[in-house]
Write a protein that binds this ligand. Structure first.
Ligand SMILES: Cc1cc2nc3c(=O)[nH]c(=O)nc-3n(C[C@H](O)[C@H](O)[C@H](O)COP(=O)(O)O)c2cc1C
Length: 269
């Protein structure tokens, strides 16, 4: 694929992957391209755990599913991330950021705007939505042939110091290399992030991966696999293809002068 085409086509995969194992060549390529990323003083503070053991994947899937059910039942997910949810194309077009919830279970569709209220939460719980979502999430993770844990070396990752910031910056670049490479390889990738919302659940994953407390910090877990031609959508799903206009995020010379939008992006005639 042409380089800029890969950048444009890179996406988060919300749906299931094919059951095919990720080939050893592709697994190696992913961690090799990660290491091509820039890092402060070439410190390469990132570490990766490639997880293809069925038992370990099932365990992470269980922890993730339970985290999803708990977070949804308690409403912590909605409360924490409310500002990012959009419920119509018009809203998405106006704000040009966030995620557009365009797929919801039939029973909660009429209440989609009230989902964030106490009433909405009660209705969702009554219809068993948290359990459905938890099970959906468990299946998605369990059906992934490969998980990738991203860690940072604690001698570099010192939160609150510049090296802490630099380490995260370099890790982001390394992960972007992996993300772009998956696009080229016909693969998909998604954060397995729910366990991070609940400290005890995150500890369970650290324990499973035998992360040494004194040496490494577990930063993220991803699920990866090859993407089927036809994508089946999860019970609750979103799209987030929209991007801000240049004038919404670029300035010229100082922060008071927004960059002009190119003619084809202007909303006024
Ligand atoms: C720091 C970070 C955290 C993210 N957390 C999640 C997540 O918890 N679950 C998920 O499915 N995607 C997650 N994403 C992916 C974003 O939702 C996604 O990149 C964004 O909506 C744009 O969509 P796209 O990647 O398909 O272009 C995360 C991305 C970043 C960079």
């Amino acid at each position: 694929m042409e380089f800029f085409e890969v950048i444009k086509r890179r996406r988060t995969t919300n749906g299931p992957f094919l059951p095919d194992p990720v080939s050893p060549e592709h697994q190696r390529l992913l961690v090799e391209v990660a290491a091509m990323a820039p890092s402060h003083f070439n410190s390469q503070p990132w570490r990766f755990v490639l997880v293809d053991s069925r038992e370990a994947i099932e365990e992470v899937a269980r922890i993730s599913g339970e985290s999803m059910t708990w977070a949804m039942r308690e409403g912590i997910f909605w409360k924490r991330y409310r500002p990012y949810f959009r419920f119509s194309e018009e809203e998405m077009e106006e704000k040009r950021d966030g995620i557009f919830i365009d797929q919801l279970p039939r029973v909660v569709r009429p209440f989609k705007r009230q989902i964030f209220s106490e009433t909405g939460q009660t209705i969702m719980n009554r219809f068993g939505v948290p359990k459905t979502l938890g099970e959906d999430n468990r299946k998605l993770v369990s059906g992934s042939p490969l998980l990738l844990a991203v860690l940072l070396d604690k001698t570099e990752y010192r939160p609150g110091e510049l090296s802490g910031f630099y380490s995260i910056f370099g890790m982001g670049a390394a992960v972007e290399n992996i993300w772009l490479a998956t696009t080229e390889l016909g693969m998909g990738i998604q954060f397995v992030s729910l366990p991070m919302e609940i400290p005890e659940k995150w500890d369970e994953i650290k324990h499973l991966l035998k992360v040494p407390e004194e040496g490494l910090e577990l930063m993220a877990v991803y699920r990866l696999g090859y993407v089927p031609e036809e994508q089946k959508r999860p019970t609750i799903d979103w799209s987030s293809r929209q991007r801000k206009r240049l004038s919404q995020y670029v300035f010229r010379n100082d922060c008071r002068t927004p960059e002009a939008d190119p003619a084809e992006q202007r909303s006024d005639p």
